[in-house]
Design a binder for this molecule. Structure first.
Ligand code: PGA
Length: 247
């Protein structure tokens, strides 16, 4: 039985007021892990607010060195010293807009592990890849890039997020069937080396998740939770999504 994960990706949104409101009103479920990824600016505050609770916090991005002359960047080691436990890596917005290639994602992934944090690797195909029948290849390439770079069992690290790029921020979530098909494929891909990790890794779905579509999505065998962007900025809606994953 895989414990569900509901993760909030605030992207470049949020304020001190939202942090306080969110910390005060978030219902802390016992049946699921709740992970919150605010901006780096708000990470310390939220980490303190959720200390000694079931809610874990993480960074949306890190650089792939522990310290040095990298103006504007933050290392995984620094995130760890705040008391945060997680870091997103490979989010499609970073891949598309900030030059996070498969190679760079692999480097960041390794640094996150070296710093003692849990990476949440995001994978997903673009619309073009889907329309040309290359969705599975794209996702497998993204997984393999990390695994092959370091010979790391990528999948022992708690969770992977499947986020089709065409579903992110568009209001057009993947259908439950499409998400299930891709997530089953990811699980099979994980299992192909016979490590058994395919059965334990939690595979989250992300892309226009809302309280209204969460029940149908979570009912699928291979959807173990959600990575929620826009809808996570509204704590009431986020609480409803958490409620939806209750078994
Ligand atoms: P969305 O974003 O829920 O706003 O589509 C999901 C994500 O990018 O993680």
């Amino acid at each position: 039985m895989r414990k569900p994960v509901i993760a909030a990706n605030w992207k470049m949104n949020g304020s001190l007021e939202l942090c306080e409101h969110f910390a005060r009103n978030l219902v802390r479920p016992e049946y699921a892990d709740v992970w919150v990824f605010p901006t780096a600016l708000h990470l310390g505050l939220l980490t303190d607010s959720f200390r000694d609770s079931v809610v874990s916090t993480g960074a949306q991005n890190v650089w792939c060195e522990p310290d040095g002359a990298y103006t504007g960047e933050i290392s995984a080691t620094m995130i760890g010293t705040l008391g945060a436990r997680l870091a997103l890596v490979g989010h499609s917005e970073r891949r598309a807009m900030f030059g996070d290639t498969d190679h760079l994602v692999a480097k960041k992934f390794k640094k996150i592990i070296d710093a003692g944090l849990v990476p949440l690797l995001c994978v997903g195909e673009t619309l073009e890849e889907r329309e040309s029948g290359l969705a599975s290849e794209a996702v497998q390439r993204q997984l393999d890039a990390v695994e092959e770079a370091w010979d790391l069992p990528v999948y022992s690290h708690e969770a992977i997020a499947y986020e089709p790029v065409w579903a992110i921020g568009t209001g057009k979530a993947a259908t439950a069937e499409t998400a299930q098909e891709m997530q089953a494929l990811i699980r099979d891909h994980v299992d192909r080396k016979g490590t058994g990790q395919g059965q334990t890794v939690r595979i989250l779905y992300g892309g226009s998740v809302k309280a209204s579509n969460a029940p149908e999505l979570i009912a699928q065998n291979d959807i173990d939770g959600f990575l929620v962007g826009g809808a996570s900025l509204d704590v009431d809606e986020f609480n409803q999504i958490c409620e939806a994953v209750k078994g």
